[in-house]
Design a binder for this molecule. Structure first.
Ligand code: FE2
Length: 370
């Protein structure tokens, strides 16, 4: 499988006089992640070559070798395979779809899943994402079919780029929590943590059941899906730990309309589109793992620093099983997909991510912080 570097990767060599024994270094950066890398003398040649060719000659051997070094991070996408590459494999086709994803409103009204009236005011009026560009990254040459692996891996990067330009990606939500814990009565902060934990509890409680339709509708990946379901079972207990640590009652917090939509739309995707189902699982998981779980880190600023351990333990499990890769694992069981499934998938991503962002923004606004 070949990997194409995401178009926003930027490489800059650190210009500094080298002391004896010191290695050259470059900065590898994207709008959502950046890291400094030391280069050993013996690797200098091919790495310099790869960084120069990164975007102009992505299939070059050195570039491919370079990208493999970053395989644990969402920084590239799978190059669309050819139709021949899929031949002879026992893969899942997408069935006929009766959904009209031409606008957010038409997607919502034809998708076939319950819609909580409270989300209607937050539904985006038109698609803003460049759908044709996204699809072009996954199109199988000479066809109007799409490589599922290319689409899901590209969408993860595209989502991160989109988020980095908005409120959530610019630490709007974490910033709101920090302001709260630093400037308000602690009771208010814990109420918000209670609200967030209720959303997480609800997701963790219903998540496994929402995937069940895929066990029959996406039968080629049944084993993989069953394994993931068993890895996700019982995770709500992590959140019950948080409620106990904060002396809060989970039943006093409402389930937000965005959370309801996330779960209901995922269940519907599991029943009608194995491609959308494979892609959307990444909305429930981190795209990569940072040093610290962000909610746990903010809780540490409070008088009950230990109360974040439910979040930390959950993150640990996800990291151990590399749940950030589940989307790609599911997609590897898919045959080339039609344009209608690809468009539904992109639409669901944009719609859902906007709803979740609006929900979090409204929470911050209700505390006068935004
Ligand atoms: Fe997980």
């Amino acid at each position: 499988m070949l990997h194409i570097p995401y178009e926003k990767i930027d490489i800059s060599w650190v210009d500094r006089p080298l002391r004896q024994g010191q290695e050259e270094r470059f900065l590898f950066s994207l709008p959502w992640v950046s890291t400094e890398v030391d280069v050993k003398e013996e690797d200098k040649g091919w790495i310099r070559d790869a960084t120069v060719r990164l975007h102009t000659d992505p299939l070059n051997e050195n570039v491919q070798k370079f990208m493999r070094e970053f395989k644990d991070y969402p920084v590239s996408y799978v190059k669309p395979r050819t139709l021949e590459d899929f031949e002879g494999k026992d893969l899942q086709e997408g069935s006929h779809l009766d959904v009209d994803p031409s606008t957010p409103a038409s997607l919502l009204s034809t998708f076939g899943c319950p819609v909580d009236p409270s989300i209607l005011e937050d539904v985006i009026p038109a698609w803003m994402w460049d759908q044709e560009k996204i699809l072009s990254k996954a199109r199988i040459e000479g066809t109007d079919l799409y490589d599922p692996l290319s689409l899901v891996t590209y969408l993860v990067c595209y989502r991160l780029e989109w988020e980095s330009m908005g409120w959530v990606g610019q630490d709007g939500f974490v910033g709101f929590l920090e302001t709260l814990v630093n400037t308000r009565e602690e009771k208010e902060f814990f109420q918000v943590i209670g609200w967030i934990s209720r959303q997480a509890w609800q997701v963790m409680t219903e998540f496994c059941a929402s995937m069940e339709p895929a066990l029959t509708r996406f039968s080629k990946a049944k084993k993989e899906i069953s394994r993931y379901i068993s890895e996700e079972k019982g995770h709500y207990k992590f959140m019950e730990q948080v409620f106990r640590d904060l002396d809060l009652d989970k039943d006093t917090f409402p389930v937000g309309g965005g959370t309801r939509w996330l779960l209901d739309s995922y269940k519907r995707a599991a029943a009608i589109s194995p491609l959308a189902f494979s892609a959307m699982v990444s909305l429930f998981e981190a795209a990569y793992y940072e040093e610290e779980e962000s909610i746990a880190a903010v809780i540490k600023l409070s008088s009950r620093p230990h109360a974040g351990r439910g979040y930390e333990l959950h993150r640990k499990v996800n990291q151990e099983y590399r749940h950030c890769d589940v989307s790609g694992r599911f997609a590897s069981y898919l045959a080339p997909q039609t344009r209608s499934h690809a468009l539904l998938t992109v639409g669901l991503f944009e719609l859902t991510l906007n709803l979740l962002e609006r929900m979090e923004q409204k929470l911050a606004k209700s505390f006068g912080i935004h």
